[in-house]
Design a protein. Structure first.
Length: 368
């Protein structure tokens, strides 16, 4: 009997050890699986940076990945743009956005923002509502709030929500912290692009977008195609016109030339005032050889335009007594091919360097 009891004890101890070993293996497997999932999510984030053009598209796609991979009911990313809080991505109905973009004003989340620590809120019953909810009684019953920081600078927050009370009681917050850091890493990576998109302006005299447009919204159109032709040209006698006549006459040439070119090209082609006397046209989806003849005709037509010297109002007497003078632009063109997925800014820089280093009297169409 004693031997039987000892055998039973040994069996029980062995089973306990076996269960502990199995539990540890399961935990290790779960940790490995979580790491693999995290790596896969990060890879999806990185792919998003390359596949989508604008910052808003990239952030929206990142939010969709988070919702899908982690089976989250609602996910919202809110960023502070320096002036106000803006919802960059959300799968919540727009009628609730006003409440979501003002969570930084809620007392329940202020400590979280100050300490950079996540905040979990939930209700106990179906008839209760979360503290930050106003008009939305039944949508969310639990939420986790994550303040977002880049280099110790607060930039906004990410909030996930569920329609079930206590939905995040047992969730592994370390995984969500990894997701949060991935969101920050991606946002930090594309913050330069966000700056470029926001500083694009309309030029006063040409009514064209500035060069920054090429690398933001313009690139969205360009990258619909595998290859495109980038054309840059320079008004080589603009400085001479400004000196010999006046700057107003030079501005009139820019205005007339830009209007003529804009009328003659497709909306799919991107035409910008690159810098000073330099302009750029991207013929989206068109190969270089197909562009050359068109550019030659364009050059001839623009150089045939004669602009009368602009006489300032204070020189009205001169306008009546002096024979009017006319001036035309002289253009130097350079073309090259852009391939989707490569750095467009490097292509335009190469064209700009060619025009800046060309003979000052060169007026031609060159392929590089």
């Amino acid at each position: 009997m004693t031997y039987l009891l000892i055998l039973l004890v040994i069996i029980i101890i062995a089973l306990m050890i076996y269960n502990i070993v199995i539990y540890k293996r399961i935990q290790n497997f779960q940790n490995i699986n979580q790491k693999i999932t995290g790596l896969n999510v990060l890879q999806d984030f990185m792919n998003t940076i390359g596949e989508y053009t604008t910052v808003d598209e990239k952030i929206q796609k990142i939010n969709e990945i988070v919702i899908e991979k982690y089976n989250i009911k609602y996910s919202t990313i809110v960023m502070f743009d320096g002036a106000e809080y803006v919802i960059k991505a959300s799968n919540v109905q727009e009628q609730h956005w006003q409440a979501l973009r003002n969570l930084h004003n809620q007392e329940i989340f202020k400590d979280s923002i100050q300490t950079a620590m996540p905040k979990y809120v939930t209700v106990n019953g179906e008839n209760e509502r979360l503290p930050y909810q106003t008009m939305e009684f039944g949508r969310a019953k639990s939420a986790m709030f994550f303040p977002l920081y880049i280099d110790n600078v607060y930039i906004g927050y990410w909030i996930i929500e569920s329609g079930e009370p206590h939905a995040f009681d047992k969730i592994d917050t370390t995984i969500l912290e990894v997701v949060k850091e991935n969101i920050i890493a991606v946002y930090k990576t594309i913050s330069y692009q966000n700056t470029v998109e926001s500083i694009s302006r309309i030029d006063k005299f040409s009514s064209l977008n500035s060069a920054e447009y090429l690398y933001g919204l313009g690139k969205k159109i360009i990258d619909k195609y595998t290859t495109s032709t980038v054309c840059m040209f320079k008004i080589i006698n603009l400085e001479e016109i400004n000196k010999k006549y006046n700057r107003e006459t030079g501005n009139e040439i820019i205005t007339e030339m830009s209007a003529r070119i804009s009328e003659s090209i497709s909306p799919e082609y991107i035409f910008v005032r690159y810098m000073g006397p330099k302009f750029a046209i991207v013929f989206s989806g068109i190969d270089l050889q197909s562009v050359v003849e068109f550019v030659q005709d364009l050059k001839n037509n623009i150089e045939d335009i004669e602009i009368q010297e602009v006489i300032e109002q204070k020189d009205e007497k001169k306008k009546k007594t002096v024979e009017p003078r006319y001036v035309s632009a002289k253009l130097n063109f350079v073309l090259t091919t852009y391939y989707k997925g490569t750095a467009l800014e490097n292509v335009t820089k190469k064209l700009e360097e060619y025009l800046d280093n060309a003979n000052k009297d060169e007026s031609d169409i060159n392929n590089i």
